[in-house]
Design a binder for this molecule. Structure first.
Ligand code: AMP
Length: 438
């Protein structure tokens, strides 16, 4: 017996179905917002992630050398890859470039509930359109994705990194380390760091701002605490609130403690929590940033986010969202050996018509086969015996009600696609149900 690597998971059919359900909702939402899917490599040169996030990222990644001695890393996120791809090949695409991707990421973390070494993300970016509308479109996309999944209890928190950047006008390296501590809410270390920079008097102000959370009134408070440094950001956040209202998004809070620690975040930043998840409750986050220049291209404004699929699945499970796999529409049961050929013919006919259909592979008798159909939750069983075959019909049994009707082989697809109770076959009459779903 072998064990799987620490921090990884196997997904049984029902877990895999939940995972794909969430992915499908995200993919459809992104497409509905005019985003196009891109795919990038599962591993990249280590240097890419170091350039984006600094050398500290090395401790958080799975790194290895290939046989040619190149230093590689399994991707810990997608933004670096997408921006690399943009710089090298997508620069001349019409703007805004709206792209998304879905896939697994790897981080060398201490595993716990909601925190894994292999996990999945939905990542969206709008590149090359620095505007209030792009920021609101990105937030609305994240929000809509979670609503499509069926989540009702998420909390959207929106802040702006610009005001603290202006207020903490230290050299870039010092500013980055202070913001990093704020991001991690390490207030004691923050106090020490500010003292080291000779700015201990700023601690009370900065820590008060970082704890401001609520309606538009917190913007006034930030303005009075930070003065002129907050003016632009506060105005922007007010306008963003108005813009989000156009999308019907009113249930968010301003949270000026949202500090995404990395240097390339420039303006609006946001995070989304699912409070029912406990310690690892953050399901996603993002904001406005400029990274193209950090990775060797021309400065281009972008805005985007990453949402963790694993945590969304956990949260949806807790909220009672049904994420069932596609049910088996029909289980085909031959009655007696001579009918097996006909059964295979019928099952393939159903499968090629886009239905989920299976057939007895074990040579079982009808009652065992009905038990099996029940246990795999097939919607119907299609029984085919010599008597039925002679008439060109099958017996279609609704597995929930137990009701059985004769349906001509010709009308079977329509009867199954119509859903619900199978319609009885009336000879000489055309099928009334549509052959395909709208
Ligand atoms: P980040 O790229 O760190 O902003 O992460 C974006 C989202 O990915 C988080 O809000 C989580 O939902 C998810 N995520 C990040 N790291 C992990 C992990 N180790 N395990 C599961 N989900 C994660």
């Amino acid at each position: 017996m072998f064990e799987r690597p620490r921090g990884t998971r196997d997904f049984n059919p029902s877990q895999a179905a939940s995972h794909r359900f969430v992915e499908r909702a995200f993919r459809r939402t992104a497409e509905a917002f005019g985003c196009r899917e891109v795919l990038t490599p599962t591993f990249e040169n280590v240097e890419l992630f170091k350039a984006k996030s600094g050398p500290g990222i090395l401790d958080e990644m799975f790194t290895f050398k290939d046989k040619g001695g190149r230093d590689l890393a399994l991707r810990p996120e997608f933004t670096a890859s997408i921006i690399r791809f943009y710089n090298s090949e997508l620069r001349s695409e019409p703007k805004p470039l709206k792209v998304f991707t879905l896939g697994n990421c790897f981080r060398y973390e201490e595993p716990q509930m909601g925190r894994y070494r292999e996990f999945w993300q939905w990542n969206c970016e709008i590149i090359g359109a620095p505007s209030l509308e792009s920021d609101s479109d990105v937030i609305a996309l994240a929000d809509a994705g979670l609503k499509q999944v069926g989540l009702k209890k998420t909390e959207l928190r929106i802040g702006h990194i610009g005001m603290l950047r202006k207020f903490l006008a230290f050299p870039p390296h010092d500013q980055a380390s202070v913001l990093h501590l704020l991001d991690k809410k390490r207030f004691a270390d923050l106090k020490t760091a500010l003292a080291r920079l000779g700015a201990e008097q700023l601690f009370d102000i900065v820590s008060s701002v970082a704890q401001l959370k609520g309606g538009p009134e917190v913007l006034d408070k930030a303005q009075s605490l930070l003065g002129q440094a907050a003016k632009e950001a506060v105005e922007y956040l007010r306008m963003l609130g108005g813009q989000l209202a156009l999308y019907g998004i009113k249930d968010f809070v301003y949270d000026l403690g949202v500090v995404r620690g990395l240097d390339y975040y420039t303006g609006m930043v946001f995070e989304i929590d699912s409070p029912n998840l406990g310690a690892e409750k953050q399901v996603g986050g993002g904001g406005a940033y400029t990274l193209t220049n950090v990775l060797g291209g021309e400065a281009t404004s972008s805005t985007g986010f990453a949402i963790g699929i694993d945590r969304v699945v956990l949260s949806a499970g807790q909220e009672g969202v049904r994420m069932a796999p596609r049910p088996l529409d029909a289980y085909v049961i031959p009655i007696g050996q001579p009918m097996r050929a006909k059964a295979f013919e019928i099952v393939m006919h159903l499968r090629m018509a886009g239905l989920c259909a299976d057939v007895d592979l074990m040579g079982r008798g009808p009652s065992k086969n009905l038990d099996y159909a029940n246990s795999v939750k097939a919607r119907t069983s299609v029984l085919i015996g010599e008597k039925e075959a002679a008439k060109g019909v099958v017996a279609l049994r609704d597995m929930e009600s137990g009701k059985q009707t004769e349906v001509s082989v010709q009308d079977l697809v329509a009867a199954l696609k119509g859903g619900g109770e199978p319609k009885a076959h009336k000879t000489g009459k055309k099928p009334t149900r549509r052959a395909t779903k709208p």
